[in-house]
Design a protein around this ligand. Structure first.
Ligand SMILES: C[S@@+](CC[C@H](N)C(=O)[O-])C[C@H]1O[C@@H](n2cnc3c(N)ncnc32)[C@H](O)[C@@H]1O
Length: 161
């Protein structure tokens, strides 16, 4: 019998559910998260996610914080712990790839408040620099490379003034 391969970015994962607990330890934050097979990072917190959590500046203490493409929520939950007075939003549709990523960014980045910023982590080998170029040249957003670490780039994106 052959078992079809399945990827987290499938819109409807074909694999049977197998819930998993994923531990997230970040300094004083210790969380046990519930994930499932077929969900991004379900074998453990993704290394790029950890780079972002370590390198992005602390969130504002109040206001609305959005984690678009949240998966099972490691970023949203760390934001909620770091900024307990803020309202944290986490959204996910189980679908990725270049076109859905562009759609996601075009849907959410224009909603940044004046002075607000988005922090993205993108694997260098998966086109971080061309994504940054697309955001700058085609969308007109201000993009700054904050860090390059372990094969990932951490980008800060702000609306053009
Ligand atoms: C690389 S994973 C990151 C998951 C999570 N943030 C983490 O660090 O483990 C990207 C996520 O974006 C989601 N996604 C893709 N396109 C989306 C869209 N248009 N709206 C919301 N979520 C989307 C995918 O389903 C996937 O869970």
């Amino acid at each position: 019998m052959s078992i079809p391969k399945s990827h987290y970015f499938e819109a409807r994962p074909a694999v049977a559910s197998r819930p998993r607990t994923v531990k997230l330890h970040m300094g004083d934050i210790q969380l046990e998260l519930q994930a499932d097979r077929g969900v991004f990072g379900s074998r453990g917190i993704d290394p790029g996610t950890l780079v972002l959590l370590k390198e992005a500046p602390p969130p504002p203490v109040t206001g609305d914080l959005l984690d678009p493409g949240s998966g099972y929520g490691p970023i949203a939950l760390v934001l909620a712990r770091r900024a307990p007075q803020a309202k944290v939003w986490a959204v996910d549709v189980n679908e990725v790839g270049k076109a859905p990523l562009h759609e996601l960014l075009m849907a959410w980045l224009p909603r940044l408040k004046p002075g607000g910023a988005a922090y993205l982590v993108v694997q260098r080998n998966l086109g971080s620099d061309s994504l940054a170029g697309w955001m700058r040249k085609e969308q007109g957003w201000n993009v700054t490379r904050l860090k390059s670490k372990k094969g990932y780039r951490v980008l800060e994106v702000r609306p053009a003034p």
